[in-house]
Design a protein around this ligand. Structure first.
Ligand code: G3I
Length: 377
């Protein structure tokens, strides 16, 4: 664990920084709050923040998207740019082009950039997985990457250090991955320690999904997560908060508001902050009118936010994108079939605040109202 870190050379860093022409794309002046509606956005809310996942390329290309981000967001989370595989595609290559562009955009417009995501089983580069699987793995392989990524962005206020560590299918409730297999369950605490060395003041968080519904799986996940957080704190690991992804799903049955509330209380009781990090809503039934679908989505978001924001330790809400066009959520084929949608028709999941033409939908108002109605503790 205490293995010496080899620092990256200057040339390696510069190669990454200069790789993408995104600085140019993002260097234009953009008026703040210039949406046609003239409505006040969600930026600068007094008690909680609002933000969105973002990609520098899309902000550069899409003026309406950029304007919405500037009107509504006080922070952005890199949607895909800050994955280990994207940053370090080979052992000796560092690619920060897209991420640097987002950081420049954020700094220029006074937005925070959140750190997402450092260790996630789905984004460990192939070369690192191969190396770790050889046995007798050296932590410096992970430490070197964490040091490079974290120290490059000293103004990031919160780092998602370990993403999605829970898997209740396994006896110990932790997801198997190359990092788990190489270092055991200790990898989570080791990663927190490592990141703290390079980010002395940032909030360090564990980020998790499927915690909201009244079913045995979500219940088991909440319970296991509470035990994980307690364990890390009892070991003295530098953990500051929990990220609740909040990928809501209209096919998962009733939301368990009571259980969410009790879960949040338990987490707060440990002295941790809570952040809603990836809010969106998956649709299942495409038969109703668009207006009716939008209502269902907005109501589900509001149900969640009402219970989450009632807890003062929930510091803010980030949606996993602004517009349905570009959402990672795409309708399941089976749901489309069951809804009688013709095969091949392009149907978007309408689970984000803006539609594909960047018109705000009822979900936008639901989030704005929920945030605006928060009272001071
Ligand atoms: O850019 C390449 C393209 O060149 C290639 O042709 C194509 C072929 O698959 O892949 C493209 O990359 C994809 C990338 O998104 C850009 O669209 C990756 O395959 C795809 O895996 C990647 O998915 C992202 C995923 O994280 C993994 O990084 C999603 O957009 C992103 O929304 C998703 O976000 C995650 C959070 O980080 C963690 N929580 C769950 C959430 C949803 O999965």
């Amino acid at each position: 664990m205490a293995a010496a870190l080899r620092t990256f050379g200057r040339r390696e860093i510069l190669k990454g920084a200069l790789a993408a022409p995104l600085y140019a794309l993002l260097s234009g002046t953009v008026a703040k709050g210039s949406q046609e509606s003239g409505e006040k956005g969600m930026r600068d809310l007094p008690l909680r923040y609002f933000g969105s996942a973002a990609r520098a390329e899309w902000l550069g290309e899409n003026r309406k998207l950029r304007e919405a981000v500037l009107k509504d967001c006080s922070c952005v989370t890199p949607e895909i740019g800050m994955n280990w595989a994207a940053i370090q595609p080979t052992r000796d290559t560092l690619e920060f082009g897209s991420l640097d562009a987002l950081a420049v955009f954020a700094r220029k417009h006074g937005l925070a950039m959140h750190g997402h995501t450092l260790i996630w089983d789905q984004t460990i580069p192939a070369w690192a997985q191969a190396d770790m699987s050889k046995g007798d793995a050296d932590w410096s392989l992970v430490g070197r990457y964490l040091a490079a990524a974290v120290s490059r962005y000293p103004s990031v206020p919160q780092w998602n250090v370990v993403n999605e560590p829970i898997d209740t299918e396994h006896p110990d409730g932790l997801k198997r991955s190359a990092v788990y297999d190489a270092f055991g369950p200790e990898y989570i605490g080791m990663a927190l320690d490592e990141v703290r060395r390079h980010a002395p003041k940032a909030k360090l968080i564990i980020n998790e999904y499927s915690l909201e519904y009244a079913n045995p799986v979500d219940k088991a996940r909440r319970n296991r997560l509470v035990r994980l957080l307690e364990g890390l704190l009892s070991e003295g690991r530098p953990l500051d908060g929990l990220g609740m992804q909040a990928h809501l799903d209209l096919g998962k049955g009733p939301m368990d508001q009571k259980a969410i509330s009790a879960f949040l209380r338990e987490v707060v009781g440990m002295g941790l902050d809570i952040y809603v990090t990836e809010l969106d809503v998956k649709e299942r039934d495409f038969r109703p009118s668009r207006a009716a679908r939008d209502r269902l989505v907005a109501d589900e978001a509001r149900r969640f936010l009402d219970v989450a924001l009632a807890e003062p330790a929930v510091k803010g809400v980030v949606t996993w994108g602004m517009s349905d066009d570009g959402s990672w959520l795409v309708p399941d084929e089976a749901d489309l079939r069951a809804s009688g949608v013709a095969p091949g028709a392009r149907t978007l999941n309408r689970g984000l605040p803006y539609d594909r033409d960047m018109r705000p939908k009822p979900m936008y108002s639901a989030i704005r109202d929920a945030l605006a109605e928060v009272r001071a503790a």
